[in-house]
Design a protein around this ligand. Structure first.
Ligand code: MG
Length: 248
């Protein structure tokens, strides 16, 4: 069942979302050659707790950190480690925070120093595909209007969308119904209405859309080991423009 959020719930989600946005902003400034993804995780956890929130990912199905940090060919769910970021890398950071039981979830891919043209384009297309999806998140539209808009934009630019992982409803749980795929025909699935909350999160690969999970049972990588980017926002449907709770 897709829940409709009350005004009070929306306010709590906006608080959680704002903290997630702040964390991503702080991490964007911190990303540079030589920093480890474990250091980024520490910065995130400190910020989340200082804002009276809890890290949503820490302990989730046993996940050992407050952020996911996925480098280059890693798509999602990378575990922060002592790996140092290098000039030319790209790093996808996914952050979740809970405020008084309500969730915010967002992700962004950042360049580490100077990166090649293709990686820059991958990042831009993935970010823009998220906004194409968000533009369809309006009451009266159908769920897969979002999915279709993302896929069409990504494929027009010669990249591919991951099929195995999708966006999701969100509220007083991190993952609620419905699933929000980044591919598929338009005009399918539930009709969107004011008060629905969705985490829309295109994962875009520069080569094949196929992925596999590494031996650590978390890190998802592209099958061809080409690079991948990930952008996500938590969005609440209204009778007008969607509210992006995880935007600053
Ligand atoms: Mg998510």
């Amino acid at each position: 069942m897709i829940t409709i959020k009350s005004q009070r719930e929306i306010e709590l989600m906006r608080t959680a979302g704002r903290v997630v946005a702040e964390v991503l902003h702080v991490l964007e400034q911190a990303v540079r050659p030589g920093i480890t993804t474990a250091e980024l995780d520490k910065i995130a956890e400190k910020h989340i707790r200082k804002a009276n929130c809890q890290p949503a990912f820490l302990g989730y199905q046993g996940f050992p950190a407050s952020i996911c940090a996925s480098v280059n060919e890693e798509v999602v769910h990378g575990i922060p480690s002592l790996r140092k970021l290098k000039e030319g890398d790209i790093v996808s950071i996914d952050v979740g925070a809970v405020f008084q039981g309500y969730y915010g979830d967002a992700a962004a891919t950042f360049p580490v120093g100077e990166i090649d043209e293709e990686s820059l384009r991958l990042i831009d297309v993935t970010r823009d595909s998220l906004y194409r999806g968000i533009a369809m998140a309006r009451s009266g539209n159908r769920l897969t209007d979002i999915s279709h808009a993302v896929q069409e934009y990504v494929e027009q630019h010669g990249f591919s969308v991951v099929r195995d992982y999708v966006g999701h409803g969100i509220g007083n749980q991190m993952h609620e119904e419905p699933q929000v795929p980044n591919f598929g025909k338009p005009g399918r699935g539930p009709r969107l209405q004011a008060g629905m909350a969705l985490a829309i999160e295109p994962m875009v690969n520069s080569g094949t859309w196929r992925v596999e999970t590494l031996q650590d049972n978390w890190t998802v990588v592209t099958l061809d080991r080409k690079r991948s980017a990930h952008f996500e926002h938590t969005v609440i449907i209204t009778d007008g423009e969607p509210v992006i709770t995880t935007a600053l």
